[in-house]
Design a protein around this ligand. Structure first.
Ligand code: 5GP
Length: 180
C-alpha cells in the first residue's frame, strides 16, 4: 500500500492490526504497573492523540488524561529544544505521571519534557511511546513502555504527519524516496 503526501511517496510497513496488538500489550503493562493507583496520562500534541485514544480504550485502571503542547526553539540545526509546556496547568505534585509520545527519535524532546515535569515534583514519571527508533536514540533515560521499535526512517500514520498530512493513515508508513 502506497500513498503520496506532498512531494514524497510512502509505503505501509506496519499494519493496523500490528499497531493495535502493540498498543494492547502496552496497555496490559500499564494496567499491571499502576494497579490500585490513579496515574495522570499526559499526551504530547499533536501526534500522540491517536496513541492516547487507542491506549485509553484498553486501560482498566482508574486514570486521568490531559494534553500538552511543547514550544520549541529552533536554531540553525533542525533539532528543536523544548522550551515550555503549553496549556499545562495541572497540579502534578505527588502524582504518578505517564508521558504519552507518538515517537521517540533522538530523545531530546522527551528528555526536555521530563525535566520540565520533574520541576513540578510528581511522585513518579514514566514514558510510553507508540514508536521508538533505538538506533537514533542518544539519551540515557530508559523509555519504559514501547509499543513498536522501528528502524531509522521517516514515518507517518497513526497520528504522525509529514507537513500536516498522513495523521489519518492507519498502520505506519515509511518514506521510500528520502533525499540523501
Ligand atoms: P526527538 O529526536 O526529539 O526524539 O524527536 C523529535 C520529534 O521529531 C518527534 O516528537 C516527532 O515530532 C519528530 N519525529 C522524529 N522522527 C519522526 C518520524 O519518523 N516521523 C514523523 N512524522 N515525525 C518524527
Amino acid at each position: 500500500m502506497r500513498v503520496r503526501l506532498h512531494e514524497h511517496e510512502f509505503e505501509q510497513f506496519i499494519s493496523e492490526n500490528e499497531v493495535n496488538a502493540a498498543v494492547t500489550r502496552v496497555a496490559q503493562e500499564l494496567n499491571a504497573h499502576y494497579a490500585g493507583q490513579r496515574p495522570l496520562f499526559v499526551g504530547v500534541l499533536n501526534g500522540a492523540f491517536f496513541f492516547a485514544t487507542e491506549l485509553l480504550k484498553r486501560l482498566t485502571i482508574e486514570c486521568e488524561i490531559t494534553f500538552v503542547k511543547v514550544a520549541s526553539y529552533h536554531g540553525t540545526s533542525s533539532s528543536g529544544k523544548v522550551t515550555d509546556l503549553i496549556g499545562f496547568n495541572e497540579r502534578i505534585e505527588g502524582r504518578h505521571i505517564v508521558i504519552l509520545e507518538d515517537i521517540v527519535d533522538t530523545g531530546s524532546t522527551i528528555v526536555h519534557i521530563l525535566d520540565l515535569l520533574r520541576d513540578r515534583h510528581p511522585a513518579s514519571v514514566r514514558i510510553a511511546t507508540l514508536l521508538f527508533k533505538p538506533d537514533a536514540y542518544k539519551q540515557q533515560v530508559p523509555i519504559d513502555h514501547v509499543a513498536i521499535r522501528i528502524p531509522n526512517a521517516f514515518v507517518v500514520g497513526s497520528g504522525l504527519d509529514h507537513n500536516g498530512l498522513g495523521r489519518n493513515l492507519t498502520g505506519i508508513y515509511r518514506i521510500i524516496d528520502q533525499p540523501a
